[in-house]
Write a protein that binds this ligand. Structure first.
Ligand SMILES: *[C@@H]1O[C@H](CO)[C@@H](O)[C@H](O)[C@H]1NC(C)=O
Ligand SMILES: *[C@@H]1O[C@H](CO)[C@@H](O)[C@H](O)[C@H]1NC(C)=O
Ligand SMILES: *[C@@H]1O[C@H](CO)[C@@H](O)[C@H](O)[C@H]1NC(C)=O
Length: 387
Protein backbone atom coordinates (compact mmCIF):
# COMPACT_ATOMS: atom_id res chain seq x y z
CA UNK A 1 0.00 0.00 0.00
CA UNK A 2 2.88 2.32 0.72
CA UNK A 3 3.72 2.44 -2.99
CA UNK A 4 0.26 3.53 -3.95
CA UNK A 5 0.16 6.36 -1.51
CA UNK A 6 3.63 7.43 -2.51
CA UNK A 7 2.58 7.47 -6.14
CA UNK A 8 -0.53 9.45 -5.39
CA UNK A 9 1.53 11.98 -3.46
CA UNK A 10 3.99 12.23 -6.31
CA UNK A 11 1.19 12.75 -8.76
CA UNK A 12 -0.31 15.39 -6.54
CA UNK A 13 3.01 17.19 -6.27
CA UNK A 14 3.44 17.10 -10.01
CA UNK A 15 -0.08 18.41 -10.49
CA UNK A 16 0.54 21.36 -8.16
CA UNK A 17 3.78 22.02 -9.98
CA UNK A 18 1.91 22.25 -13.25
CA UNK A 19 -0.66 24.55 -11.70
CA UNK A 20 2.14 26.75 -10.46
CA UNK A 21 3.64 26.78 -13.94
CA UNK A 22 0.32 27.84 -15.42
CA UNK A 23 -0.17 30.55 -12.80
CA UNK A 24 3.30 31.90 -13.39
CA UNK A 25 2.61 32.19 -17.06
CA UNK A 26 -0.77 33.82 -16.53
CA UNK A 27 0.45 36.37 -13.98
CA UNK A 28 3.53 37.64 -15.58
CA UNK A 29 2.93 37.66 -19.27
CA UNK A 30 4.76 40.84 -20.08
CA UNK A 31 7.96 40.58 -18.07
CA UNK A 32 8.99 37.26 -19.58
CA UNK A 33 10.54 37.16 -23.01
CA UNK A 34 7.48 35.93 -24.89
CA UNK A 35 9.12 33.89 -27.53
CA UNK A 36 11.17 31.87 -25.08
CA UNK A 37 8.27 31.02 -22.70
CA UNK A 38 5.96 30.18 -25.60
CA UNK A 39 8.48 27.80 -27.08
CA UNK A 40 9.54 25.93 -23.90
CA UNK A 41 6.56 25.90 -21.51
CA UNK A 42 3.88 24.17 -23.58
CA UNK A 43 6.21 21.36 -24.60
CA UNK A 44 7.40 21.06 -21.00
CA UNK A 45 3.81 20.87 -19.85
CA UNK A 46 3.05 18.19 -22.37
CA UNK A 47 6.11 16.31 -21.28
CA UNK A 48 5.06 16.47 -17.62
CA UNK A 49 1.50 15.50 -18.50
CA UNK A 50 2.75 12.53 -20.51
CA UNK A 51 5.01 11.59 -17.62
CA UNK A 52 2.07 11.66 -15.21
CA UNK A 53 -0.08 9.56 -17.51
CA UNK A 54 2.81 7.18 -18.02
CA UNK A 55 3.60 6.74 -14.30
CA UNK A 56 -0.10 6.39 -13.41
CA UNK A 57 -0.55 3.79 -16.13
CA UNK A 58 2.50 1.88 -14.89
CA UNK A 59 1.41 2.02 -11.25
CA UNK A 60 -2.14 0.95 -12.10
CA UNK A 61 -0.67 -1.87 -14.17
CA UNK A 62 1.57 -3.00 -11.31
CA UNK A 63 -0.77 -2.37 -8.41
CA UNK A 64 -4.10 -2.69 -10.23
CA UNK A 65 -5.15 -5.83 -8.36
CA UNK A 66 -4.21 -4.29 -5.04
CA UNK A 67 -6.00 -1.01 -5.75
CA UNK A 68 -9.13 -2.82 -6.82
CA UNK A 69 -9.00 -5.10 -3.75
CA UNK A 70 -8.63 -2.09 -1.51
CA UNK A 71 -11.81 -0.65 -2.99
CA UNK A 72 -13.67 -3.98 -3.01
CA UNK A 73 -16.09 -2.74 -0.30
CA UNK A 74 -17.26 -0.19 -2.93
CA UNK A 75 -17.42 -2.33 -6.10
CA UNK A 76 -18.42 -5.72 -4.74
CA UNK A 77 -21.33 -6.96 -2.66
CA UNK A 78 -20.83 -9.55 0.05
CA UNK A 79 -22.28 -12.99 -0.71
CA UNK A 80 -25.83 -13.59 0.49
CA UNK A 81 -25.55 -14.20 4.24
CA UNK A 82 -25.77 -17.76 5.52
CA UNK A 83 -28.11 -19.07 8.18
CA UNK A 84 -25.72 -20.63 10.68
CA UNK A 85 -26.79 -23.87 12.31
CA UNK A 86 -25.44 -23.96 15.89
CA UNK A 87 -23.19 -26.98 16.34
CA UNK A 88 -22.97 -28.80 19.69
CA UNK A 89 -20.22 -31.19 20.62
CA UNK A 90 -18.21 -32.38 23.59
CA UNK A 91 -16.29 -35.60 24.15
CA UNK A 92 -18.20 -38.47 25.68
CA UNK A 93 -21.69 -37.01 25.22
CA UNK A 94 -24.09 -39.59 23.81
CA UNK A 95 -25.08 -39.42 20.15
CA UNK A 96 -28.74 -39.48 21.11
CA UNK A 97 -28.25 -36.34 23.22
CA UNK A 98 -26.20 -34.60 20.48
CA UNK A 99 -28.85 -35.30 17.82
CA UNK A 100 -31.58 -33.92 20.08
CA UNK A 101 -29.58 -30.74 20.83
CA UNK A 102 -29.69 -30.02 17.08
CA UNK A 103 -33.43 -30.71 16.90
CA UNK A 104 -32.77 -34.04 15.14
CA UNK A 105 -33.29 -37.63 16.24
CA UNK A 106 -31.05 -40.69 16.55
CA UNK A 107 -31.15 -43.24 13.72
CA UNK A 108 -31.21 -46.94 14.39
CA UNK A 109 -28.18 -47.38 12.13
CA UNK A 110 -25.63 -44.95 10.65
CA UNK A 111 -25.81 -43.69 7.07
CA UNK A 112 -23.18 -44.81 4.56
CA UNK A 113 -20.66 -41.96 4.13
CA UNK A 114 -19.01 -41.07 0.80
CA UNK A 115 -16.20 -38.53 0.80
CA UNK A 116 -15.59 -37.00 -2.65
CA UNK A 117 -12.60 -34.77 -3.48
CA UNK A 118 -10.60 -33.34 -6.36
CA UNK A 119 -6.91 -33.96 -5.72
CA UNK A 120 -3.93 -31.94 -6.91
CA UNK A 121 -0.72 -32.45 -4.90
CA UNK A 122 -1.73 -32.20 -1.23
CA UNK A 123 -0.37 -35.64 -0.20
CA UNK A 124 0.13 -34.86 3.49
CA UNK A 125 -3.26 -33.25 3.96
CA UNK A 126 -4.81 -36.17 2.07
CA UNK A 127 -3.22 -38.64 4.49
CA UNK A 128 -4.44 -36.60 7.46
CA UNK A 129 -7.93 -36.33 5.96
CA UNK A 130 -8.31 -40.03 5.24
CA UNK A 131 -6.83 -41.19 8.56
CA UNK A 132 -9.23 -38.84 10.30
CA UNK A 133 -12.33 -39.97 8.40
CA UNK A 134 -11.46 -43.62 7.75
CA UNK A 135 -13.48 -45.06 10.67
CA UNK A 136 -16.69 -43.44 9.36
CA UNK A 137 -16.32 -43.41 5.58
CA UNK A 138 -17.67 -46.18 3.33
CA UNK A 139 -15.97 -44.99 0.08
CA UNK A 140 -13.28 -42.38 -0.57
CA UNK A 141 -13.95 -40.94 -4.03
CA UNK A 142 -10.91 -39.18 -5.50
CA UNK A 143 -10.28 -37.64 -8.93
CA UNK A 144 -6.94 -36.38 -10.15
CA UNK A 145 -6.01 -34.98 -13.54
CA UNK A 146 -2.82 -35.34 -15.58
CA UNK A 147 -2.85 -31.57 -16.20
CA UNK A 148 -3.28 -28.60 -13.91
CA UNK A 149 -6.33 -26.33 -14.05
CA UNK A 150 -4.04 -23.94 -15.94
CA UNK A 151 -3.28 -26.47 -18.70
CA UNK A 152 0.21 -27.66 -17.68
CA UNK A 153 1.00 -31.43 -17.71
CA UNK A 154 1.38 -32.71 -14.16
CA UNK A 155 2.50 -35.94 -12.49
CA UNK A 156 -0.22 -38.18 -11.06
CA UNK A 157 0.81 -37.48 -7.48
CA UNK A 158 -1.82 -39.74 -5.93
CA UNK A 159 -1.32 -42.63 -8.31
CA UNK A 160 2.47 -42.41 -7.87
CA UNK A 161 2.13 -42.51 -4.06
CA UNK A 162 -0.73 -44.94 -3.76
CA UNK A 163 1.12 -47.30 -1.37
CA UNK A 164 1.05 -44.50 1.21
CA UNK A 165 -2.75 -44.85 1.30
CA UNK A 166 -2.90 -48.62 1.66
CA UNK A 167 -4.60 -48.08 5.03
CA UNK A 168 -7.77 -47.01 3.21
CA UNK A 169 -7.55 -50.14 1.04
CA UNK A 170 -10.56 -51.07 -1.03
CA UNK A 171 -12.53 -48.03 0.13
CA UNK A 172 -10.71 -45.93 -2.48
CA UNK A 173 -12.59 -45.20 -5.72
CA UNK A 174 -10.06 -43.45 -7.95
CA UNK A 175 -10.27 -41.92 -11.40
CA UNK A 176 -7.77 -40.11 -13.61
CA UNK A 177 -9.25 -37.20 -15.53
CA UNK A 178 -7.47 -36.55 -18.85
CA UNK A 179 -6.89 -32.81 -18.89
CA UNK A 180 -6.13 -30.51 -21.79
CA UNK A 181 -2.73 -28.93 -22.41
CA UNK A 182 -2.52 -25.32 -23.56
CA UNK A 183 -1.97 -21.83 -22.31
CA UNK A 184 -5.19 -20.15 -23.43
CA UNK A 185 -7.55 -22.50 -21.59
CA UNK A 186 -9.90 -21.12 -18.99
CA UNK A 187 -8.87 -22.66 -15.62
CA UNK A 188 -12.45 -22.54 -14.40
CA UNK A 189 -13.61 -24.59 -17.44
CA UNK A 190 -11.03 -27.29 -16.75
CA UNK A 191 -12.04 -27.29 -13.13
CA UNK A 192 -15.70 -27.76 -14.02
CA UNK A 193 -14.77 -30.58 -16.45
CA UNK A 194 -13.21 -32.44 -13.54
CA UNK A 195 -16.26 -31.82 -11.43
CA UNK A 196 -18.40 -33.47 -14.12
CA UNK A 197 -16.05 -36.47 -14.00
CA UNK A 198 -16.74 -36.77 -10.27
CA UNK A 199 -20.46 -37.19 -11.01
CA UNK A 200 -19.79 -40.30 -13.09
CA UNK A 201 -17.64 -41.68 -10.31
CA UNK A 202 -20.54 -41.29 -7.89
CA UNK A 203 -22.43 -43.92 -9.85
CA UNK A 204 -19.42 -46.28 -10.01
CA UNK A 205 -18.93 -45.91 -6.27
CA UNK A 206 -22.56 -46.84 -5.58
CA UNK A 207 -23.75 -43.53 -4.12
CA UNK A 208 -27.50 -43.80 -3.66
CA UNK A 209 -30.46 -41.96 -2.18
CA UNK A 210 -30.23 -41.44 1.57
CA UNK A 211 -26.42 -41.78 1.81
CA UNK A 212 -24.31 -39.00 3.31
CA UNK A 213 -22.09 -37.44 0.63
CA UNK A 214 -19.36 -34.92 1.46
CA UNK A 215 -18.03 -32.82 -1.40
CA UNK A 216 -15.00 -30.64 -0.92
CA UNK A 217 -11.46 -29.88 -1.95
CA UNK A 218 -8.75 -32.10 -0.45
CA UNK A 219 -7.67 -29.45 2.03
CA UNK A 220 -11.21 -28.85 3.36
CA UNK A 221 -11.37 -31.49 6.10
CA UNK A 222 -14.58 -32.06 8.08
CA UNK A 223 -13.93 -33.09 11.68
CA UNK A 224 -14.73 -36.73 12.56
CA UNK A 225 -17.34 -35.80 15.14
CA UNK A 226 -19.15 -33.72 12.50
CA UNK A 227 -19.29 -36.70 10.13
CA UNK A 228 -20.51 -38.96 12.94
CA UNK A 229 -23.26 -36.48 13.83
CA UNK A 230 -24.44 -36.26 10.22
CA UNK A 231 -24.39 -40.01 9.73
CA UNK A 232 -26.23 -40.83 12.95
CA UNK A 233 -29.00 -38.18 13.03
CA UNK A 234 -32.31 -38.07 11.19
CA UNK A 235 -34.11 -34.86 10.29
CA UNK A 236 -31.15 -32.84 9.06
CA UNK A 237 -31.44 -30.58 6.00
CA UNK A 238 -30.65 -32.36 2.68
CA UNK A 239 -27.86 -29.87 1.79
CA UNK A 240 -25.68 -27.94 4.20
CA UNK A 241 -22.45 -26.05 3.81
CA UNK A 242 -19.77 -26.76 6.38
CA UNK A 243 -18.14 -23.83 8.09
CA UNK A 244 -14.46 -24.68 8.44
CA UNK A 245 -11.75 -22.94 10.39
CA UNK A 246 -9.40 -21.53 7.79
CA UNK A 247 -5.64 -21.90 8.23
CA UNK A 248 -2.82 -20.73 5.98
CA UNK A 249 0.46 -22.72 5.46
CA UNK A 250 -0.04 -24.73 8.67
CA UNK A 251 -2.12 -24.94 11.82
CA UNK A 252 0.13 -22.23 13.25
CA UNK A 253 -1.68 -19.55 11.22
CA UNK A 254 -5.45 -19.54 11.80
CA UNK A 255 -7.02 -16.91 9.51
CA UNK A 256 -10.75 -16.90 10.25
CA UNK A 257 -13.96 -18.89 9.77
CA UNK A 258 -14.50 -17.77 6.18
CA UNK A 259 -14.38 -21.24 4.57
CA UNK A 260 -17.84 -22.42 3.47
CA UNK A 261 -17.47 -24.30 0.16
CA UNK A 262 -17.44 -27.82 1.57
CA UNK A 263 -20.90 -29.39 1.59
CA UNK A 264 -22.68 -32.32 3.19
CA UNK A 265 -25.60 -33.86 1.30
CA UNK A 266 -28.21 -36.42 2.10
CA UNK A 267 -28.19 -37.84 -1.42
CA UNK A 268 -31.29 -37.20 -3.55
CA UNK A 269 -31.70 -38.40 -7.14
CA UNK A 270 -30.71 -34.91 -8.35
CA UNK A 271 -27.55 -34.53 -6.21
CA UNK A 272 -24.54 -33.51 -8.34
CA UNK A 273 -20.97 -32.58 -7.64
CA UNK A 274 -20.51 -28.83 -7.23
CA UNK A 275 -18.16 -26.63 -5.30
CA UNK A 276 -20.26 -23.47 -5.21
CA UNK A 277 -23.10 -22.01 -3.18
CA UNK A 278 -25.89 -24.58 -2.95
CA UNK A 279 -27.75 -23.71 0.21
CA UNK A 280 -28.17 -20.92 2.73
CA UNK A 281 -27.47 -23.28 5.62
CA UNK A 282 -24.04 -23.41 7.19
CA UNK A 283 -23.17 -25.83 9.99
CA UNK A 284 -20.92 -23.92 12.39
CA UNK A 285 -17.36 -25.00 13.28
CA UNK A 286 -17.40 -28.26 11.32
CA UNK A 287 -13.70 -28.83 10.60
CA UNK A 288 -10.47 -27.42 9.16
CA UNK A 289 -9.46 -25.84 5.87
CA UNK A 290 -5.67 -25.68 5.56
CA UNK A 291 -4.54 -23.73 2.46
CA UNK A 292 -1.00 -24.15 1.09
CA UNK A 293 -0.30 -26.71 3.84
CA UNK A 294 2.41 -28.38 1.78
CA UNK A 295 5.68 -30.01 2.86
CA UNK A 296 8.13 -28.66 0.27
CA UNK A 297 8.64 -25.17 -1.12
CA UNK A 298 8.48 -26.68 -4.60
CA UNK A 299 4.96 -28.01 -3.84
CA UNK A 300 3.94 -24.47 -2.94
CA UNK A 301 5.42 -23.11 -6.17
CA UNK A 302 3.52 -25.83 -8.05
CA UNK A 303 0.25 -24.93 -6.34
CA UNK A 304 0.79 -21.21 -6.99
CA UNK A 305 1.11 -21.81 -10.73
CA UNK A 306 -1.40 -24.66 -10.99
CA UNK A 307 -4.53 -23.52 -9.30
CA UNK A 308 -7.38 -21.48 -10.73
CA UNK A 309 -6.05 -18.14 -9.55
CA UNK A 310 -2.61 -18.58 -11.16
CA UNK A 311 -3.03 -15.12 -12.72
CA UNK A 312 -2.11 -13.80 -9.28
CA UNK A 313 1.55 -14.73 -9.93
CA UNK A 314 2.29 -11.28 -11.35
CA UNK A 315 6.06 -11.25 -10.86
CA UNK A 316 8.71 -13.92 -11.41
CA UNK A 317 10.20 -13.35 -7.95
CA UNK A 318 6.86 -14.44 -6.40
CA UNK A 319 8.16 -17.97 -6.97
CA UNK A 320 11.57 -17.34 -5.37
CA UNK A 321 12.10 -20.06 -2.74
CA UNK A 322 13.69 -17.85 -0.09
CA UNK A 323 10.91 -15.30 -0.50
CA UNK A 324 8.28 -18.03 -0.04
CA UNK A 325 10.05 -19.42 3.05
CA UNK A 326 10.18 -15.95 4.59
CA UNK A 327 6.48 -15.33 3.83
CA UNK A 328 5.44 -18.66 5.38
CA UNK A 329 7.30 -17.99 8.62
CA UNK A 330 5.82 -14.46 8.83
CA UNK A 331 2.26 -15.47 7.96
CA UNK A 332 2.24 -13.01 5.04
CA UNK A 333 0.50 -13.24 1.67
CA UNK A 334 2.17 -15.28 -1.11
CA UNK A 335 0.66 -13.11 -3.83
CA UNK A 336 1.22 -9.80 -2.06
CA UNK A 337 -2.53 -9.27 -2.09
CA UNK A 338 -4.95 -7.66 0.30
CA UNK A 339 -7.54 -9.78 2.10
CA UNK A 340 -10.81 -10.30 0.21
CA UNK A 341 -13.19 -8.39 2.39
CA UNK A 342 -16.43 -6.55 1.81
CA UNK A 343 -16.16 -3.82 4.42
CA UNK A 344 -13.31 -1.43 5.15
CA UNK A 345 -13.51 -2.35 8.82
CA UNK A 346 -12.86 -6.06 8.11
CA UNK A 347 -10.26 -5.25 5.47
CA UNK A 348 -8.21 -3.08 7.80
CA UNK A 349 -8.56 -5.58 10.65
CA UNK A 350 -7.08 -8.32 8.46
CA UNK A 351 -4.32 -6.32 6.76
CA UNK A 352 -0.79 -7.40 7.61
CA UNK A 353 0.53 -10.75 8.81
CA UNK A 354 -1.67 -13.52 10.22
CA UNK A 355 -1.20 -13.67 14.01
CA UNK A 356 0.67 -16.82 15.07
CA UNK A 357 -1.10 -19.43 17.22
CA UNK A 358 0.67 -21.64 19.78
CA UNK A 359 -2.29 -24.00 20.17
CA UNK A 360 -2.22 -27.53 18.85
CA UNK A 361 -5.49 -28.44 20.58
CA UNK A 362 -8.57 -29.61 18.64
CA UNK A 363 -6.51 -30.44 15.55
CA UNK A 364 -6.75 -33.63 13.44
CA UNK A 365 -5.49 -36.49 15.61
CA UNK A 366 -3.12 -37.88 12.94
CA UNK A 367 -1.18 -34.61 13.25
CA UNK A 368 -0.62 -35.11 16.96
CA UNK A 369 0.00 -38.86 16.75
CA UNK A 370 2.68 -38.30 14.07
CA UNK A 371 3.84 -34.90 15.26
CA UNK A 372 7.40 -35.56 14.07
CA UNK A 373 6.41 -36.34 10.49
CA UNK A 374 3.97 -33.44 10.39
CA UNK A 375 6.12 -30.94 12.29
CA UNK A 376 5.83 -28.45 9.39
CA UNK A 377 2.07 -28.21 10.01
CA UNK A 378 2.34 -27.54 13.74
CA UNK A 379 3.14 -24.37 15.71
CA UNK A 380 6.87 -23.62 15.62
CA UNK A 381 7.46 -25.70 12.48
CA UNK A 382 7.31 -23.13 9.70
CA UNK A 383 10.56 -24.20 8.00
CA UNK A 384 9.91 -26.24 4.89
CA UNK A 385 11.99 -29.03 3.42
CA UNK A 386 14.16 -28.08 0.47
CA UNK A 387 14.06 -29.88 -2.86
C1 LIG B 1 -17.32 -41.54 29.23
O1 LIG B 1 -18.57 -42.04 29.62
C2 LIG B 1 -18.56 -43.30 30.24
C3 LIG B 1 -19.98 -43.70 30.57
O2 LIG B 1 -20.85 -43.40 29.51
C4 LIG B 1 -17.71 -43.28 31.51
O3 LIG B 1 -17.60 -44.59 32.06
C5 LIG B 1 -16.32 -42.75 31.16
O4 LIG B 1 -15.56 -42.60 32.34
C6 LIG B 1 -16.42 -41.44 30.44
N1 LIG B 1 -15.09 -40.99 30.04
C7 LIG B 1 -14.64 -39.78 30.24
C8 LIG B 1 -13.27 -39.48 29.74
O5 LIG B 1 -15.29 -38.92 30.79
C1 LIG C 1 -3.56 -37.43 -20.11
O1 LIG C 1 -4.15 -38.69 -20.24
C2 LIG C 1 -4.76 -38.95 -21.49
C3 LIG C 1 -5.46 -40.30 -21.40
O2 LIG C 1 -4.61 -41.28 -20.87
C4 LIG C 1 -3.70 -38.91 -22.59
O3 LIG C 1 -4.30 -39.13 -23.85
C5 LIG C 1 -3.03 -37.54 -22.54
O4 LIG C 1 -1.98 -37.50 -23.48
C6 LIG C 1 -2.48 -37.27 -21.17
N1 LIG C 1 -1.97 -35.92 -21.13
C7 LIG C 1 -0.80 -35.62 -20.59
C8 LIG C 1 -0.42 -34.18 -20.60
O5 LIG C 1 -0.06 -36.46 -20.10
C1 LIG D 1 15.68 -15.05 -4.31
O1 LIG D 1 15.69 -13.86 -3.53
C2 LIG D 1 16.88 -13.70 -2.78
C3 LIG D 1 16.74 -12.42 -1.97
O2 LIG D 1 15.54 -12.40 -1.29
C4 LIG D 1 18.08 -13.61 -3.70
O3 LIG D 1 19.29 -13.52 -2.94
C5 LIG D 1 18.13 -14.86 -4.57
O4 LIG D 1 19.18 -14.75 -5.51
C6 LIG D 1 16.82 -15.06 -5.29
N1 LIG D 1 16.85 -16.32 -6.00
C7 LIG D 1 16.56 -16.43 -7.28
C8 LIG D 1 16.64 -17.80 -7.85
O5 LIG D 1 16.21 -15.48 -7.95
Amino acid sequence: MKDIFFNRKQIHQQQTRIEEDLNLEGCQPTTFPHTLSRRTSPSLQWLILLLIIFTSAISIFIHGKKISYFFRPIWDNPPRPFTRIPHFYAENVSMDHLCRLHGWSLRSEPRRVFDAILFSNELDILEIRWRELNPYVYRFIIVESNTTFTGIPKPLFFSDNRQRFAFAGSKIVYSMYPGQVGSNLNPFDLESGQRVAVNTLFQNAGVSTGDLLIMSDTDEVPSPHTVRLLQWCDGLPPTMHLELKHYMYSFEFPVDFSSWRATAHIVQPETHYRHSRQSDLLLADAGWHCSFCLRHIKDIVFKMTAYSHADRVRKANFLNHSRIQRIICNGDDLFDMLPEEYSFQELIKKMGSIPRSTSAVHLPSALIQDADRFRFLLPGGCFRELG
